[in-house]
Write a protein that binds this ligand. Structure first.
Ligand code: ACO
Length: 431
């Protein structure tokens, strides 16, 4: 919302410029600098976008200081407890919780798009068996534009809708097949008579020779992992999707760009890195050594699963995830799992250490998600693909919001140039 009366005053070399201030429905005010270059001839400088709002959005709100996350106004802990992933998908995509009839229709539309074009399996088979499933996902999702031409025209609202449903529906199949391919097992086709999370578990752990019975507690935990990761405002991968699509690129290519960004260990790859770190620590007596390394300025080591660009308090998703970890491990009879013991002790020791409290470093969602996924039987290489399955709806909701925005412009940041100034070319024999 704009408040025309409020302006920020900027003075440069004795000249003053008025910059409008906008007040959001929640969160800090925003200074509108869009005309700054045109009027004052200067750019703003903000590598890492720590103080920059890149768009208007009505989807997700985070209060990092309080540790709150809301989708369309609904707190994540209520959604995790009372809702389920496909209902949250509807909420993110269309703005409101669905009526029973709307939910039934949405679930049926998603369910009826879970199968992949049969030709796509040859695409999978072109990868090396030891390829990381994220590498396969980047490739296969990008290739969807070659298989589903009829939903690549971003100016057509109907095609945008079909592409959205297709991606939410097919992403679990793609991730499960990337896993199956890596372990040399046959692809398991999706089934329409079981829910989204159960279907994913069945495609990952089922084999053609036996019936696979999905454990409802594991299916509920899987659904909760999907729900907790569904969207997270303008994070790195979402901003990547928005920037890629600002050029009008097709949605499959843009989501593939988001998956590529998610892969990094500072973002979606952190759950894999966190579990590997917990295993490396191995026993609680080695925790002080690792905490000392994390605090040492000359050591690049960081406590994975700790810290967040936005949360300067507990990540609200981490609280739910910790509770889920306890439930799942108890169900599986592995509550004395050594990795969980290390995680709990590490969390306690880090929270008691002034270094972490002064820098406001708290456990993030990735601290416990890896422990649950490992207990369910997933290898670490599948952690980030599962994150990608969950986040697809967030990327798509943000993409749809952007495309429908009449103010949409191609994203084109400027720079603080520090290179050589104009000089003449020197012929090679004179160098
Ligand atoms: N361990 C030790 N020190 C840390 C950690 C950590 N995990 N995270 C931040 N710090 C320290 C930094 O060294 C820095 O200290 P300084 O001010 O003395 O130089 C200070 O805290 C601020 O760190 P920045 O890197 O500037 O914070 P930023 O907001 O850029 O980074 C990030 C956030 C990337 C998440 C960081 O906390 C990190 O690397 N964490 C570990 C990786 C991780 O868990 N990522 C998952 C993020 S959640 C997600 O993607 C779902």
């Amino acid at each position: 919302m704009s408040d025309e009366k409020r302006v920020a005053k900027l003075e440069i070399d004795g000249k003053s410029y008025d910059l409008p201030i906008f007040s959001p429905t929640a969160g800090p005010d925003v200074i509108d600098i869009r005309k700054l270059y045109g009027t004052a001839g200067v750019f703003t400088y903000d590598p890492g976008f720590t103080s920059t709002a890149s768009c208007d959005s009505t989807i997700t709100f985070i209060d990092g200081d309080k540790g709150e996350l809301q989708h369309r106004g609904y707190p994540i802990d209520q959604l995790a407890e009372k809702s389920h992933f496909l209902e949250v998908c509807f909420l993110l995509l269309y703005g409101e919780l669905p009526s029973p009839a709307q939910l039934e229709d949405f679930e049926s539309r998603v369910t009826n798009h879970t199968m992949l074009h049969e030709q796509m399996q040859y695409f999978f088979r072109g990868f090396r068996r030891d390829a990381h499933p994220m590498a396969i996902m980047v490739g296969v999702v990008g290739a969807m534009s070659a298989f589903y031409h009829d939903s690549t025209d971003v100016r057509d609202e109907w095609q945008r809708e079909v592409a959205s449903i297709r991606m939410i529906a097919k992403m679990p199949t793609i991730a499960a097949w990337a896993f199956k391919y890596s372990i040399g097992q046959p692809f398991v086709y999706p089934r329409n008579d079981i829910d989204y999370a159960s279907n994913f578990l069945r495609m990952c752990f089922g084999v053609p020779t036996e019936d696979y019975q999905v454990n409802p507690i594991l299916s509920r935990a899987m659904d909760r992992i999907f729900t907790l990761h569904a969207d997270h405002e303008q994070n790195a991968s979402t901003s990547t999707v928005r920037l890629a699509s600002s050029s009008g690129a097709n949605p499959f290519a843009c989501i593939a760009a988001g998956i590529a960004c998610l892969w990094g260990p500072a973002h979606g790859g952190a759950n894999q890195a966190c579990l590997e770190m917990l295993r490396e620590i191995g026993t609680p007596d080695r925790i002080p050594e690792f905490i000392a390394r994390a605090k040492d300025k000359d050591d690049p080591f960081r406590l994975m699963g700790f810290g967040h660009r936005v949360y300067k308090n507990f990540d609200p998703r981490a609280k739910v995830m910790k509770q889920s970890a306890d439930e799942v491990l108890e169900l599986l009879g592995v509550e004395n799992n050594p990795t969980l013991q290390v995680a709990k002790e590490l969390e306690a020791q880090a929270l008691a250490d002034p270094y972490f409290s002064e820098k406001k470093l708290f456990p993030n969602v990735d601290f416990y998600s890896g422990i649950i996924l490992e207990a369910m039987g997933f290898p670490t290489s599948m952690f980030t693909p599962i994150f990608a399955v969950s986040r697809t709806v967030g990327w798509i909701s943000q993409w749809k919001e952007m495309i429908a925005d009449p103010q949409m412009k191609i994203g084109r940041p400027r720079q603080l140039y520090q290179g050589a100034t104009l000089r003449d070319y020197v012929d090679i024999e004179k160098r």
